[in-house]
Design a protein around this ligand. Structure first.
Ligand code: ATP
Ligand code: MG
Length: 263
């Protein structure tokens, strides 16, 4: 398969910002504050992936691993309603999004061989799975870990185990792996390298930086920052590429509407 294969996120403006879409054979992170649109974008990606390559998709199914609260089934149905209006010839897109809850980093690590078996199985049974979403990775590390030496070591070993496993699957099956991450308030200059946009990362008027630090930043291939402008009459949001292989920094405004995410 072509090395630079991409999957549309369902909006030409945001695809252009991502230089054609979310890359296959690679791990992409959407990072942003709560309400910035990470989950919305992942849901829309899981639908868009089902489109044929003539429409920028992968003719593929998706695995959606959620780690907090309930999976937003109602929102997926709402988005798929709009999606079916534009693509009435496709079968029910909700049938091609396989949802699974995961509650801890250990559980995710131990799920990787099961995911691999499912990926093999999906190739022979349905449209193959080519998208794996983990929403969110940060939630798995929020509790249960202290700032002690042994916990930090356990944390980085889980980072490497999980991202190494996912990258191997991404290469073997041509997957686009997407993980979401939260932000924390920026303190001092310790994390500048993690999000190296020259002016720093701002959302809702706050300076922020991605959670999970430098060790995790090295585990993802591309990092895309989603932010909210300070409240105006329209809730405008912004997508910015923080780092990505062979990709310049670019940024684009977007809105979240009933029918989906649009630039
Ligand atoms: P978190 O970190 O809390 O999971 P998130 O980045 O995943 O946040 P999303 O769930 O993607 O956030 O986005 C939530 C926002 O999407 C809401 O605040 C709302 O503005 C917008 N939104 C969600 N559903 C709709 C809808 N049906 N119509 C319009 N806007 C919507
Ligand atoms: Mg979310």
């Amino acid at each position: 398969r072509h090395r630079s294969e991409k999957c549309t996120v369902g909006c030409p403006v945001l695809d252009r910002c991502l230089n054609g879409g979310v890359p296959c054979r690679s791990i992409t992170e959407f990072v942003g504050e709560s309400g910035s649109g990470k989950t919305q974008l992942c849901l829309q990606l899981a639908l868009s992936a089902q489109l044929p390559s003539s429409h920028g998709g992968l003719s593929a199914s998706s695995i959606f691993i959620h780690t907090e609260f309930h999976f937003p089934f109602r929102r997926l149905h709402q988005l798929s309603g709009a999606f079916r209006t534009s693509h009435p010839d496709l079968p029910d897109p909700c049938d091609r999004v396989f949802v699974r809850a995961v509650h801890s980093a250990d559980e995710l690590l131990h799920l990787i061989p099961t995911i691999e078996t499912f990926l093999v199985y999906s190739r022979s049974r349905w449209r193959p799975v080519r998208i794996v979403v983990i929403d969110s990775i940060a939630a798995l590390f929020r509790s249960d870990f202290e700032n002690t030496g042994s916990d930090l070591r356990r944390r980085s070993s889980l980072f490497f185990g999980i991202s190494g496993g996912l990258r191997r699957l991404a290469k073997r099956f041509g997957l686009a792996v997407v993980v979401t991450n939260q932000v924390v308030d920026f303190i001092g200059d310790g994390d500048v390298r993690v999000g190296n946009l020259s002016d720093g990362l701002y959302s809702s008027g706050r300076r922020v930086c991605p959670a999970l630090g430098l060790a995790w930043a090295h585990c993802v291939n591309s990092r895309v920052f989603l932010s909210r402008d300070e409240d105006g009459p329209v809730r405008r949001r912004r997508m910015s590429v923080v780092f990505a292989p062979h990709l310049p920094h670019s940024s684009s405004q977007f809105l979240i509407k009933g029918e989906g995410v649009f630039g």
